[in-house]
Design a binder for this molecule. Structure first.
Ligand code: AMP
Ligand code: ZN
Length: 467
């Protein structure tokens, strides 16, 4: 039985999908605000969601996931204005970069990536706001903007566990992000301001643009229906964003919006949240430029439990590199031993059960990786003693492939570049001529190019050492 920690109840709950057949799972994940390149803190959130989706699928659920792209909000408008280009022109390169980064990190794409500015979604936002006004949950203020009346929704504050009586909400907040101390009626529709330039849509309340929160309510319900199984994000989304999403959506639908709220803790740098505004961030591209691979970044961000803050360090990345080298060496050793063996003897069920059961327990990745590395150690020892058969090696490789539907930590299936093929041919010629010294020099040269050469009974084998 799967159990996940629900932010709403602050406890681990058994996971039961809304689907009466218990198969389909609807997941909404807040996506990036495309005003710059996402930093690896953002990717921590997307990787936790990736692990969640892949594990649910491993357990046989059919996941339908939507991730929105926030392509209109205070930040994107400011960015476009500073650059002096139209909003869509400003956000497009960041959307493209985001998809490239998802691929580099092996994150499974969502089924849909709706963008807030798509006419269909804008129309839905306007319809929801109109409904909220008609039912007394929203009002147009003197500044012509439309605000959600939080006093009309007694459950406001429940997700963030706030006590509204103590906080004494007063006034209104027009910015998308605000602190708990300045709690108040929040903007659903922002009346056009000169600073917004050309960014505006017509509405019953005059020209303007949607607030960030209504964007997600409209896209989530528009694409997945009134009720969702799981809604995810980073902990900074809990308040005000997700709190606002619940209020807006539930006042429109009269239904419980989300069954399970899951939030990942922050990626930190020296005890502080990694954030653009603090200037303490790395983008994925920064790390690739420094010679790290997407797989290494994936490992480092994935290998800590999602609810524990993770401190980002280069030692951590180096640790990921050596852990992956260990896994690669194990895989190579098993492949050498398995040779051409087709039939496979599966590893003891307990090993796989331990891995999956750990993830069933609120995605306990540390315990899951612990179980994997135990198996690596044991089977390496068995190979040292020549106690592992080719069929067992094949069984372990099959097992590793199954785990990698969740972990996606397998080495890159590297194509051998022509210059490497040439060096290999030269080395084979040297070996045929029994010129061992030259053969060794060439082996060293290949290694320096990142290719490990092994001479086995079946012939020379080559593998790429760069993940
Ligand atoms: P944003 O583009 O700021 O809306 O953030 C996109 C996602 O990344 C949200 O789910 C945030 O909660 C998450 N996020 C932002 N900063 C961090 C961080 N330092 N660690 C983990 N998640 C973060
Ligand atoms: Zn959102």
């Amino acid at each position: 039985m799967l159990h996940f920690h629900n932010t709403l109840t602050r406890s681990a709950e058994p996971f039961v999908p809304l689907d009466p057949e218990g198969k389909k799972v609807k997941v909404y994940t807040c996506g990036p605000t495309v005003y710059n390149h996402a930093h690896i803190g953002n990717f921590r959130a997307y990787l936790f969601e990736d692990l969640l989706q892949r594990h649910l699928e491993y357990r046989g659920f059919q996941v339908e996931r939507v991730m929105n792209l926030t392509d209109v909000d205070d930040k994107t408008i400011r960015g476009a204005r500073e650059k002096g280009v139209p909003l869509a022109e400003f956000t497009q390169p960041f959307k493209n970069a985001f998809f490239e980064d998802l691929t580099t990190l092996r994150i499974k794409p969502a089924d849909a990536f709706p963008a807030a500015t798509e006419p269909l979604h804008i129309a839905r936002m306007i319809a929801m706001i109109a409904q909220l006004i008609a039912t007394g949950h929203a009002y147009q203020a003197d500044d012509q903007s439309v605000y959600f009346r939080i006093a009309s929704f007694p459950r406001y504050g429940k997700l963030a566990h706030l006590n509204l009586d103590e906080l004494r909400p007063s006034g209104r907040v027009s910015s998308d992000e605000y602190e708990k101390e300045s709690i108040g009626d929040f903007a659903l529709w922002k009346a056009h301001d000169v600073a917004d330039g050309e960014v505006k849509w017509d509405s019953p309340w005059g020209p303007g643009r949607p607030g960030w929160h209504i964007e997600c309510s409209a896209m989530a319900t528009g694409m997945l229906g009134d009720r969702l199984d799981i809604h995810c994000g980073g902990v900074d989304n809990i308040f005000p964003h997700h709190e606002a999403e619940i209020a807006q959506t539930e006042c429109c639908t009269g239904e419980k919006f989300v069954n399970l709220w899951m939030h990942c803790a922050h990626l930190m740098v020296d005890g502080r949240k990694m954030a653009k505004s603090f200037g303490n961030f790395y983008t994925l591209r920064d790390l690739l430029d420094k010679g790290w691979t997407g797989r290494e970044v994936r490992y480092v961000l994935l290998s800590a439990h999602y609810r524990l803050p993770l401190n980002f360090t280069f030692e951590g990345l180096a640790g990921a590199r050596s852990a992956l080298q260990r896994l690669d060496a194990w895989q190579q050793r098993l492949a050498d031993l398995a040779g051409t063996a087709q039939a496979s003897t599966p590893p003891p069920a307990a090993a796989e059960d331990k891995f999956a059961a750990a993830l069933d327990d609120d995605l306990n990745i540390s315990a899951a990786l612990g179980a994997l590395f135990d198996l690596v150690r044991e089977t390496n020892r068995a190979m040292d003693r020549n106690e592992l058969s080719p069929k067992q090696a094949r069984g372990l490789l099959d097992y590793w492939a199954r785990l990698n539907t969740v972990l996606r930590l397998e080495p890159e299936a590297a194509a051998i570049p022509p210059e490497i093929t040439a060096l290999l041919a030269e080395r084979t010629a040297a070996r045929t001529a029994k010129d061992w010294a030259k053969s060794d020099i060439l082996r060293e040269a290949l290694l320096q190019h990142g290719w490990l050469v092994k001479d086995t009974k079946e012939g020379t084998k080559v593998s790429c050492t760069k993940g």
